[in-house]
Design a protein around this ligand. Structure first.
Ligand SMILES: CC(C)(COP(=O)(O)OP(=O)(O)OC[C@H]1O[C@@H](n2cnc3c(N)ncnc32)[C@H](O)[C@@H]1OP(=O)(O)O)[C@@H](O)C(=O)NCCC(=O)NCCS
Length: 220
């Protein structure tokens, strides 16, 4: 994990499944998740409050705010977020403002961003068969089977937090003994530079909804 700069000194990265539950430093209200208050919630509610925070960041970053139907919205969420939270929940890491570093005893950590992903090669795993470009990328995903999706809330960007999340995810990939990890992003997206600096290099290109995308792979 890279050194934490002063800008990120109050931010820590935790596994979603390790977030504090009631009785410890509470987790809850800051995610605007409805009737949840810090320090009084059950483990299940902690979990759903965190998921709502992640979901809010997901839709904010996706830039798609309106959908023709609720079903379309649900499918979009499931494709890029939901199935990772269910099937690969233990691989989810979140960046939080550490309440202890603010001198709070039982404060509620804000979720600033997350990384979700899977160790399963998406070109060879049935639950990813809905993503058409993996047909063209199968030769490359064999070498870089793990994949991830990362998003930060706008105010948390450009302070190095994303790199800490990536290293947490890559640490799990290494522990699993896999040879590589990839992301697929827009070929002209600004985030390509971010990934390049972290060792994710262009390995293949494809198209998605008529837009050029690039697979960036990192050896592990
Ligand atoms: C991409 C992202 C995870 C990087 O984390 P970060 O902590 O902001 O990254 P760093 O501070 O280490 O580096 C900044 C780099 O992040 C990327 N970045 C910052 N804001 C961005 C934005 N709104 N959209 C896309 N990329 C962005 C750029 O590559 C930037 O480098 P640059 O200034 O040279 O262009 C984060 O900025 C983010 O969530 N962006 C919006 C959503 C996104 O692009 N997610 C990835 C989808 S594949």
């Amino acid at each position: 994990m890279p050194p934490v700069s002063p800008a990120t000194a109050a931010i820590s990265v935790r596994r979603l499944v390790d977030l504090p539950v009631a009785g410890g430093a509470g987790f809850g209200g800051t995610v605007s998740a409805g009737p949840v208050s810090a320090g009084t919630v059950s483990g299940d509610l902690v979990s759903s409050a965190a998921e709502l925070a992640i979901e809010r960041i997901f839709f904010e970053a996706a830039g798609v705010r309106t959908f023709a139907t609720e079903t379309e919205r649900a499918e979009f969420r499931e494709r890029w977020l939901g199935r990772y939270l269910t099937h690969d929940r233990a691989l989810t890491h979140v960046a939080i403002v550490d309440p202890a570093q603010h001198g709070e005893v039982s404060g509620s950590p804000d979720i600033l961003g997350y990384v979700v992903g899977s160790h399963d090669d998406p070109a060879r795993t049935l639950r990813f068969a809905d993503i058409p470009y993996f047909v063209d990328l199968a030769a490359v995903t064999a070498r870089y089977p793990a994949h991830l999706h990362i998003n930060l809330t706008e105010s948390a960007r450009n302070h190095g937090v994303g790199g800490i999340l990536i290293e947490a995810f890559v640490g799990d990939v290494a522990a699993a003994g896999l040879p590589g990890v990839h992301v697929v992003t827009g070929a002209r997206s600004r985030n390509v530079g971010f990934y390049n600096r972290l060792g994710f290099l262009e390995r293949a290109t494809a198209t998605f909804n008529d837009n050029p995308v690039v697979l960036l792979g990192r050896d592990v």
